[in-house]
Write a protein that binds this ligand. Structure first.
Ligand SMILES: *Cc1c(COP(=O)(O)O)cnc(C)c1O
Length: 363
């Protein structure tokens, strides 16, 4: 018996999510926070981990961590949330809950394009029909087209990343509200980049019975932890909780996240630095002739290199020891587009001077 004979045909058609090897390179490809913890904090963290009983299962409901997260969100009462092994896991939970493989007509997940790669990937693996509605040329929402598509496809799930990945922009709040009101399905606002923007839909959370908000600690500086949270009205969370695997959040993640929240000044200071550096990097890149730099409220910048040069520039940067994300070929609207994560001041400087070097090679 071979895998080809036994596996679902739609699984055979998938390809595994590829992560580029970053060994020895300046890593500006994955929206990580470039600042590791200072030595004293690392020491204090390691002694905090002495509290763990690694022979025991973790607290299945992560009660203490949820209290800290509620505190971080500024909630005076305990609001319900579901924690995931990264927000990717929560996207999967939502898709599993809303796909209906027993039905001959698959249900639809709708999002915008270019958008976050995991929405179509997880749609496909869970048997949802994925519909991607193109953004306008400047990456703004084509709101009437989107509302019409919601009307036509009646998606059970609509995902909007806010700010959007990989474009970095925030869509107008009024349009997001229109999407929520027009949808008879669930609308999930994915606020993975919330630390880098002042815009949020959190204040709207309990005003709509079909709005959920997704957050993660990854982009703010804890990508290694794998911790995401899904917020929304209790009736939804109670049902979705049934799909969460017991003990999905390990003891080390629970203890470390709590510790990190007790020292949130460190994370906040590095986030503030990234926001400042983003401004500098944007200004510097603006001066490069032939390049289009898109404004961003996330911790990355999307840019388009001169026509026909995107893949070449990406290769050159790797040769020079810098890894960024090549988006050329991933979507028709991203021809010659690359995405650079905002790094430390020094990393950004090195990135910009390498860009300049490449430009100077070919007048
Ligand atoms: C990075 C990212 C995520 C995934 O976050 P994890 O918590 O690390 O799984 C989710 N949504 C968007 C839009 C992202 O860019």
């Amino acid at each position: 018996m071979t895998p080809e004979q036994l596996l679902r045909p739609d699984i055979l058609k998938l390809s595994a999510y590829h992560v580029a090897d970053a060994k020895g390179l300046v890593k500006l490809d994955a929206m990580e926070n470039p600042h590791d913890w200072p030595g004293e904090l690392q020491e204090a963290w390691l002694s905090h981990l002495h509290l763990s009983h690694i022979n025991r299962y973790p607290d299945p409901s992560a009660r203490s961590l949820k209290r800290s997260l509620n505190h971080l969100l500024g909630n005076h009462e305990e609001q319900g949330m579901i924690l995931g092994n990264g927000s990717d896991e929560l996207i999967q939970t939502l898709c599993l809950a809303l796909a209906d493989p027993s039905n001959s007509k698959p249900r639809t997940l709708l999002s915008v394009e270019p958008g976050f790669a995991m929405y179509p990937i997880i749609s496909r693996m869970t048997g949802l029909n994925y519909v991607g509605i193109p953004l306008q040329k400047d990456f703004n929402l084509d709101i009437q087209v989107l509302l019409d598509a919601i009307d036509t496809h009646q998606p059970v799930l609509t995902f909007i990343a806010q700010p959007n990945n990989p474009t970095g922009n925030v869509f107008p709040r009024r349009q997001i509200e229109q999407i929520i009101r027009t949808s008879s399905g669930l609308v999930v606002i994915d606020e993975a980049y919330f630390p880098f923007t002042d815009s949020t839909m959190l204040d709207q959370l309990y005003h709509h019975d079909n709005l959920l908000i997704l957050r993660t600690v990854s982009k703010m500086g804890l990508a290694g932890l794998r911790l995401g949270m899904l917020l929304g009205p209790d009736p939804w969370l109670e049902q979705l909780e049934k799909l969460r695997l017991p003990y999905n959040i390990g003891t080390l993640t629970q203890l470390t996240a709590e510790f990190a929240l007790q020292h949130k000044e460190t994370l906040q200071a590095s986030v503030a630095d990234i926001r400042r550096q983003r401004g500098h990097l944007y200004q510097q890149m603006k001066t490069l002739s032939g390049f289009t730099i898109y404004p961003s409220e996330a911790n990355f910048l999307l840019f388009r290199s001169p026509e026909g040069t995107g893949p070449d520039l990406h290769r050159y940067l790797i040769q020079q020891g810098i890894l960024i994300k090549n988006l050329h070929g991933s979507h028709p609207m991203l021809t010659d587009c690359l995405r650079v994560t905002v790094g430390t001041k020094e990393e950004n400087q090195r990135f910009v001077s390498t860009l300049q070097q490449w430009i100077d090679l070919d007048p």
